[in-house]
Write a protein that binds this ligand. Structure first.
Ligand code: PRP
Ligand code: MN
Ligand code: MG
Length: 175
C-alpha cells in the first residue's frame, strides 16, 4: 500500500523559494542569452513556476532522459529519450530539475551540454537530498535540502502518481 504520511514542504515554502531562485537567476543572467532546460517529467511543475519568476527574456525547452532503470546500484549511464530542439551553441544553459538525488543524471547532462558547446551550463533544482549524493556536482541554484525520505508532489512521483500535489509529501511505500 502507498499512503501519504505528512507534508514535508508546504505550498508557501515552495512559492517563497521559487521566487528567490527566480530573482537570483534574473540578477545573474542579466544581458546573457539564457535557455532553461527542464528535465521531464518531474521538472515540469517547477519549470512552469520558475520561468514566471525570471524577469529576463529567456528560451526554454524540455528534455527526457531514461535513468538507469529500477536498480538502485546505478552505473550513471543515461540515454536521451527526447532531446531539445533548440540550438544552444554559445548560449547559457540552465538545467532545471525537481530533485537531485545521486547527482548522476545531472553529472551526465552537464557533460553532454559542455560537449554541445553551450557558453555555460549550470544547475537549478527545487529539492536536493545531499545525503544520497554519489556524483560531486555543484548545484548552482538549490531550493530546499531535504532528508533521505521518499517524497512525492510538486512534480515528483511514486509509480507515476502524485505529481499534481501542490506540496511535497513524505510517502510510505509499504516496501
Ligand atoms: C528523478 C528526478 C531527477 C532524477 C534524480 O527522475 O526527477 O530527474 O530522478 O536522480 P539522480 O540525482 O539520482 O540522478 P525520474 O528518473 O524518477 O524520472 P521522472 O522525472 O520522469 O519521474
Ligand atoms: Mn526526473
Ligand atoms: Mg520519478
Amino acid at each position: 500500500m502507498t499512503s501519504l504520511q505528512k507534508v514535508l514542504v508546504t505550498k508557501t515554502e515552495l512559492q517563497q523559494r521559487v521566487q528567490e531562485l527566480g530573482a537570483d537567476i534574473s540578477r545573474d543572467y542579466e544581458g546573457k542569452e539564457l535557455v532553461l532546460i527542464g528535465i521531464l517529467k518531474g521538472a515540469a511543475v517547477f519549470m512552469a513556476d520558475l520561468m514566471r519568476e525570471i524577469t529576463l527574456p529567456i528560451g526554454m525547452d524540455y528534455m527526457s532522459v531514461s535513468s538507469y532503470g529500477a536498480s538502485s546500484t546505478s552505473s550513471g549511464v543515461i540515454t536521451v529519450k527526447k532531446d531539445i530542439d533548440t540550438d544552444i551553441r554559445g548560449k547559457h544553459v540552465l538545467l532545471v530539475e525537481d530533485m537531485i538525488d545521486t547527482g548522476l543524471t545531472l553529472q551526465h547532462l552537464k557533460q553532454l551540454f559542455a560537449l554541445r558547446e553551450a557558453a555555460s551550463v549550470r544547475i537549478c533544482t527545487i529539492l536536493s537530498k545531499p545525503s544520497r549524493r554519489l556524483a560531486d556536482i555543484p548545484i548552482d541554484y538549490c531550493g530546499i535540502e531535504i532528508p533521505d525520505e521518499f517524497v512525492v508532489g510538486y512534480g515528483l512521483d511514486y509509480a507515476e502518481q502524485f505529481r499534481n500535489l501542490p506540496e511535497v509529501w513524505i510517502v510510505q511505500t509499504g516496501e
